[in-house]
Design a protein around this ligand. Structure first.
Ligand SMILES: Nc1ncnc2c1ncn2[C@@H]1O[C@H](COP(=O)(O)OP(=O)(O)O)[C@@H](O)[C@H]1O
Ligand SMILES: [Mg+2]
Length: 506
């Protein structure tokens, strides 16, 4: 029996494709194809058969695209990419046979479970990322990285599927410019939304959004329609992941920010460099969690030694790029045109950008309060709480004592962090719930006993929360001090300063 030329969808059930694959049930459906679970009667095993919809077969370019999907995916052999087994045509309808992946899609998992455990999210991102590294190495950009296209097998491993709109980096035959409506813009990179060149970096962006969704249970941008969402990818800053999921470490937040930079020059240049930082984060997270469970353990065990041995470090920090309003306005027009004409993005292949802006979080080993002008003689400034400012958790903090009238009765009060080894920080970031704070950052090689022993490196005031404070780059420092010189406005007659996180980067 062959695929009926007049039936589609579930009606294929019970039929045999390619004299071999007995169609059993529908497991998924997209814009141009239906995916069935089938039984391979020759090898006596389950397979997945993706059959092009009948209506779509009439479109020559779609037909060609479908054939390409088979060839593209068949080029790739990777543990985290769904394997192509066979391909063919029945009654003019092309089909592709894949290994059958029992389980659910990553989207289904997030929908049913909400936010996933942090280490598992990172582990999945590493697996998906490694699949992208392989695809990019073969000259293919996936262009449709989303949790609907990630299958989770029964062991909990991720497999990337659907190279349906994947494109050869060098291809410039116009084929990619025609035809298909973008299914969702929830994961679209700004350059893809704008119809600009799409490279492997676009997949990195989409993976960053997928990771964001795994950690928060939701996509970062919502809108009335695809155009509105795509616009937000182009011009809105990604919502702060640590607000949505406070246990996310600074290091992990920094990797996500760098994966989702709007400008490709600011983003990870390659999937490989993103994966490498994710591996470092997984190593750190496992140290913090005192061990891992499930999927994350397996991924962790296969990490390169480099990452496993790593103390927290190696995580590059992103530089947020402000997208100019002009660009944003142009973007609105660009996206509208793009979607209305149902064009897909992509013109000629291009080399990845070569400009990189990187910096690593310099971890602190220990902390203490610094209160040289104290009159009380005791430990009013809560020395024992200072570690709360380096625990990667914005929900815990170091607080000063309460000051009457919100007035600091001394020149300042502070807390320091001591690095593992000599460092040259370029920026400092202080997270504080305060509405406004005035502070200075100092550095020293050995712990000074008075303020004059420190070297001033930078300062900030007002709404300092989360700001990158530029520092004078003094080499070989071991101690970094946040020195508070003015408190937030008093509430009910008193005020105190609170620091939830103190981070330096090089
Ligand atoms: N190899 C497979 N094993 C099991 N289920 C699959 C497989 N491939 C796809 N599916 C299911 O079918 C859905 C659609 O497959 P996909 O290749 O993404 O097609 P489309 O191009 O229509 O989006 C997936 O989201 C998944 O639920
Ligand atoms: Mg799909």
């Amino acid at each position: 029996m062959a695929i009926s030329a007049t039936h589609d969808g579930p009606d294929l059930i019970g039929e045999i494709v390619g004299d071999r694959y007995k169609i059993e049930e529908v497991v998924g459906a997209g814009g141009m194809a239906t995916v069935y679970k089938a039984f391979d009667q020759t090898l006596e095993r389950a397979v997945a058969v993706k059959v092009m919809r009948r209506e779509v077969v009439k479109e020559a370019d779609q037909l060609e695209r479908f054939r390409r999907e088979a060839r593209a995916a068949a080029k790739l052999s990777h543990a985290h990419i769904v394997t192509v087994i066979d391909a063919g045509e029945e009654n003019g309808r092309p089909y592709i046979v894949f290994e059958y992946v029992p389980g659910e899609t990553l989207k289904q998992r997030i929908k049913s479970e909400g936010p996933l455990p942090i280490t598992e999210s990172v582990a999945y991102a590493i697996e998906i990322g490694s699949a992208l590294v392989a695809a990019h190495a073969a000259g293919l950009v996936h262009r449709d990285v989303k949790p609907q296209n990630v299958l989770l097998d029964t062991q909990g491993h991720a497999k990337v599927a659907d190279f349906g709109i994947a494109r050869e980096l060098e291809a410039s035959d116009g084929l990619t410019k025609t035809g298909r409506v973008l299914g969702t813009t929830d994961y679209v990179s700004p350059e893809q939304a704008m119809g600009e060149d799409v490279t492997g970096q676009s997949d990195v962006y989409s993976l960053g959004i997928v990771l964001y969704e795994m950690l928060t249970g939701d996509v970062p941008f919502k809108g009335e329609n695809h155009v509105a969402v795509a616009m937000k990818h182009v011009k809105d800053q990604l919502p702060d992941i640590q607000v949505k999921r406070p246990e996310v470490s600074n290091a992990l937040a920094a990797v996500i920010e760098k994966m989702t930079e709007k400008e490709p020059v600011d983003r990870y240049l390659t999937a490989a460099s993103a994966v490498s930082d994710l591996e470092d984060v997984l190593a750190m997270e496992s140290a913090r969690a005192g061990g891992l469970t499930g999927e994350a353990t397996i991924v962790f065990d296969s990490l390169p030694k480099r990452s496993r041995n790593l103390a927290p470090s190696g995580v590059s920090h992103p530089t947020r790029t402000k997208v100019a309003w002009l660009v944003a306005a142009l973007a609105a027009v660009g996206i509208a045109l793009l979607l209305i004409s149902q064009l897909e993005s992509g013109s000629g292949g291009d080399a990845p950008s070569t400009k990189a802006k990187t910096g690593a979080v310099i971890p602190f080993k220990s902390t203490g309060s610094f209160d040289p002008f104290s009159t009380g003689g005791g430990n009013e400034e809560h020395d024992e709480e200072t570690h709360n400012a380096i625990d990667n958790n914005v929900n815990t903090d170091w607080t000063t004592e309460s000051y009457q009238g919100g007035v600091l009765n001394k020149p300042g009060v502070g807390m320091w962090g001591r690095t593992y080894k000599a460092a040259t920080a370029a920026t400092a970031t202080v997270r504080t719930p305060a509405r406004s704070l005035t502070l200075e950052i100092y550095g020293a090689k050995t712990l000074p006993t008075n303020l004059a022993g420190w070297t001033k490196l930078g300062d900030s005031s007002g709404d300092v929360n989360g700001k990158r404070i530029p520092l004078e780059k003094v080499p070989d420092l071991r101690y970094y001090l946040v020195w508070i010189t003015a408190l937030p406005p008093a509430v009910n007659g008193t005020s105190k300063a609170r620091i939830s996180e103190f981070v330096i980067r090089n």
